[in-house]
Design a protein around this ligand. Structure first.
Ligand code: HEC
Ligand code: HEC
Ligand code: HEC
Ligand code: HEC
Length: 309
């Protein structure tokens, strides 16, 4: 009896220790701004930032809120908060707050568990060029495991945009998404990654010119375009598989067909072929890896720069 009691206590203790990493939460853009001032300045000019003071005043907002039910204040309605705002906390035990639109962590992952890992080059090392390669590899792996979405994880970045754009958010019930669509919420079948990330959203302050917000080369744009279509395809096929509402099914079918059409020019790339045959996150990540270093700008139709948002 006592023995089994001790075993159970031991089990609980080891469970408590092994789950030491708490649920990640957002810390807010000001935290990031302590070191990433240039990125904050870019973000402040985006619709993501400005939307906080605007979107709830739109005429359609009240209609959508009424259709969905729950609190009739967008900043308090959990459905709207999922995509329109950043819910932040100062610490694990603090009360959550909604004080901005989508922000740094909406795209890079809630940072409470990765912030102190992602920029640590090793004890006493302040200069990135002095970091040991093994330390860097471990730092990247550890931060990723703790929820960080790095800039070079292009498929995951793209897939994350699709979780808000395209009405295919898996945390929200299909029934609620149907009601939103019926009440006039945009479904954005036209959302395309190059057009939507290389305008106001673009922040690319990379070495050696960390003061320059660099534009992408045509080769980079072509890779981003393909990865964006891959993410849209996976998002749409995932959503359509679970849906029954005709209007919602039609929206997701359109997203799927457009993505398939956009990928036709590169359908001879083995990883594109595999993705078209069986869309999945795994196939999307493999494709993004296979594209590294390639220039496919002659094979895809890139959006005109004048249409960038
Ligand atoms: C104490 C300073 C500091 C804070 C605070 C900080 N960062 Fe960083 N961050 C850095 C440094 C330094 C690097 C460069 C690391 C490297 O060389 O890999 C970096 C790198 C990054 C990168 C990766 C760049 C790449 O090439 O992929 C992202 C994304 C990022 N930070 C986002 C954030 C976000 C979001 C926050 C807020 C939650 C944040 N950082 C807070 C210092 C900081
Ligand atoms: C799945 C993510 C998601 C959810 C959940 C969501 N929205 Fe949206 N909403 C978006 C995106 C993305 C846009 C931008 C669409 C665009 O730019 O065309 C948007 C746009 C809007 C617009 C139009 C804004 C404009 O600038 O014209 C209104 C109004 C709106 N949402 C209201 C709501 C309300 C109210 C709720 C909660 C009941 C809600 N949304 C829930 C993602 C979402
Ligand atoms: C809409 C999504 C989105 C938001 C919001 C966002 N980022 Fe990014 N971020 C990206 C993408 C995509 C890249 C990759 C850019 C590239 O390599 O082309 C990136 C790259 C970066 C980088 C590496 C490039 C550079 O500028 O040094 C840093 C650091 C970074 N983000 C920090 C931030 C911070 C801090 C915020 C908030 C002020 C923020 N990001 C907001 C999507 C976003
Ligand atoms: C947490 C949810 C979320 C994520 C993730 C997200 N967005 Fe958004 N985005 C929104 C919402 C909500 C709006 C609409 C704001 C409004 O209309 O008031 C929006 C608006 C935009 C707009 C302005 C569109 C216009 O018509 O002016 C662009 C561009 C955009 N997002 C690009 C991106 C890109 C690119 C990514 C991924 C790198 C991304 N977003 C990730 C929620 C998100």
């Amino acid at each position: 009896m006592l023995r089994s009691f001790l075993i159970i206590v031991g089990l609980f203790a080891s469970l408590a220790f092994s789950s030491a990493s708490a649920a990640p939460f957002n810390e807010g853009f000001r935290k990031c701004g302590e070191c990433h001032e240039a990125e904050v300045e870019v973000w402040k000019q985006t619709k993501h930032a400005k939307s906080y003071n605007e979107v709830h005043k739109k005429e359609e907002a009240a209609k959508i809120l009424a259709a969905v039910g729950g609190p009739n204040n967008m900043r308090q309605n959990p459905t709207c908060v999922t995509c329109h705002y950043t819910e932040t906390k100062a610490s694990e035990s603090a009360k959550p707050q909604v004080a901005t639109g989508p922000s740094c962590e909406s795209c890079h992952g809630a940072s409470s568990e990765w912030r102190e890992i992602h920029n640590n080059y090793g004890d006493g090392i302040k200069d990135a060029s002095k970091e040991a390669p093994a330390h860097k590899a471990k730092r990247i792996a550890d931060a990723t495991k703790a929820g960080m979405i790095w800039s070079f994880m292009t498929y995951d970045v793209a897939s994350n945009c699709m979780s808000c754009h395209g009405l295919a958010q898996s945390k929200i019930s299909g029934d609620t998404l149907d009601k939103m669509l019926d009440a006039g919420h945009p479904g954005e079948p036209e959302f395309e990654l190059v057009r939507n990330s290389q305008g106001t959203v673009r922040h690319r302050f990379y070495p050696p010119n960390v003061n320059v917000n660099a534009e992408m080369t045509p080769a980079e744009l072509s890779r981003l375009f393909i990865v964006g279509q891959a993410a849209a395809l996976v998002s749409a096929t995932g959503a359509v598989a679970k849906a029954t509402h005709p209007k919602y099914v039609a929206l997701q079918k359109k997203r799927e067909q457009d993505a398939r059409a956009a990928l036709q020019g590169v359908a001879d790339v083995p990883e594109v072929k595999a993705l078209l045959a069986a869309p999945s996150h795994e196939a999307g990540r493999k494709l993004a890896d296979a594209l590294k270093g390639k220039d496919l700008s002659a094979k895809v139709k890139l959006p005109a720069k004048s249409t960038y948002k």
